[in-house]
Design a protein around this ligand. Structure first.
Ligand SMILES: NC(=O)c1ccc[n+]([C@@H]2O[C@H](COP(=O)([O-])OP(=O)(O)OC[C@H]3O[C@@H](n4cnc5c(N)ncnc54)[C@H](OP(=O)(O)O)[C@@H]3O)[C@@H](O)[C@H]2O)c1
Length: 323
């Protein structure tokens, strides 16, 4: 495992574990996953040196936090524990009460990173940051983070907090490269971090799914990347991933992760549906891509033009109706 070189007290692994999948019906992994596999994934992750564990109060409506906390057990103190608040009514007393509730579900004395899950379009950050400051004062929260924030809003959050907001958790992968424009340069210049979610594009970059073999769950039924036409368009990128993977005796998913975390301020938090996937994801931390391989992947990614946004809506609706 490799670790970020930032100034936090605890080490943060370059490959973390995302736990939206834990106990969330929309991933459709079932009871055995929530009851046994998730626990085994967490235990193996700890054994392999993963320290970054990401959850949220909204995942499985608290179930993810409970499963993660139980699985970490005595390791809760040594890992870098990150959760998120959904800022629905983010006045200070509510923020404080919700942090306590998350910590209770996790069984943790401290939340190492408490993140605002997404910007509230109506309420400015000074409201929520008042609560965050109080939580830091009493020692329940270590670092404050944000998620899905633009650079402008990230900076506004820092001003409101009166100190650095350590990280911005955003979608970042070979097929979602917007953070390269401003978030990564900002994080590099200021000693901040970018936590890459959906680093495998929810499994697309594993190469496992094709127009005739679509994943069956609600999360990916809503994701336009899994429209048959887009899977076809992804063919060239997947074939470059396959070539680089062959050169490293690795899998395309591992190369996709190695590509994301090559940037020094980035840690990735892939989810996993099995212990084997977790093990592979962890091993990706040790893959060194050459400059040539990195650029070839970036170039193939730039040529991938999926149909997304409003244009994808009727196609998604048709796909759901099976037509
Ligand atoms: N802040 C936010 O708004 C936000 C949004 C989304 C996610 N997140 C966080 O980011 C984490 C990860 O994002 P994500 O779950 O959306 O997407 P992801 O990590 O890109 O994809 C996870 C899925 O990819 C497949 N997979 C994982 N490892 C694999 C491997 N080695 N080989 C082949 N397939 C593999 C698994 O699905 P199958 O085996 O079923 O194919 C797994 O469920 C979440 O758990 C959550 O903690 C945060």
């Amino acid at each position: 495992m490799r670790y970020l070189s930032n100034g936090t007290g605890k080490r943060i692994s370059k490959i973390g574990l995302g736990t939206w999948q834990f106990g969330s019906r929309e991933w459709g992994y079932g009871d055995r996953y929530a009851g046994a596999v998730a626990q085994a994934i967490v235990e193996r992750a700890v054994e392999l040196g993963v320290t970054l564990f990401d959850t949220a109060e909204i995942y499985g409506f608290g179930r993810s936090e409970r499963i993660l906390g139980r699985a970490l057990g005595a390791n809760l103190e040594s890992v870098f524990l990150a959760t998120k608040i959904l800022p629905v009514f983010p006045v200070a007393p509510v923020v404080e009460q919700r942090a306590v509730a998350s910590a209770n579900r996790l069984g943790a004395r401290k939340l190492d990173l408490y993140q605002v899950h997404q910007p509230n379009p109506l309420v400015p950050d000074r409201t929520i940051m008042r609560g965050m400051r109080a939580l830091r004062r009493i020692g329940l929260v270590g670092e404050v983070g944000v998620s899905n924030y633009s650079l402008r809003r990230w900076r506004a959050a820092e001003e409101a907090l009166g100190s650095p907001v350590l990280s911005n958790q955003v979608r970042y992968s070979l097929v979602a490269r917007a953070p390269e424009h401003d978030l990564l340069p900002y994080a590099s210049a200021r000693g901040r971090l970018v936590l890459a979610y959906s680093p495998l594009a929810q499994g697309l970059l594993s190469g496992r799914y094709q127009p005739g073999n679509l994943p069956a769950n609600r999360v990916r039924a809503r994701n336009p990347l899994f429209l048959p036409g887009n899977l076809e368009r992804a063919g060239e990128l997947l074939s470059v991933l396959g070539e680089v993977a062959a050169a490293h005796s690795a899998t395309p998913a591992q190369i996709a992760l190695a590509w994301v975390i090559r940037h020094p301020v980035v840690a990735a938090i892939p989810g996993a549906s099995s212990v084997e996937q977790l093990e592979r994801n962890v091993a990706a931390a040790d893959i060194d891509l050459s400059d040539e391989q990195y650029q070839a992947l970036a170039a193939a990614a730039a040529r991938f033009r999926p149909v997304t946004g409003a244009a994808a809506v009727p196609r998604l609706a048709r796909a759901r109706l099976g037509r």
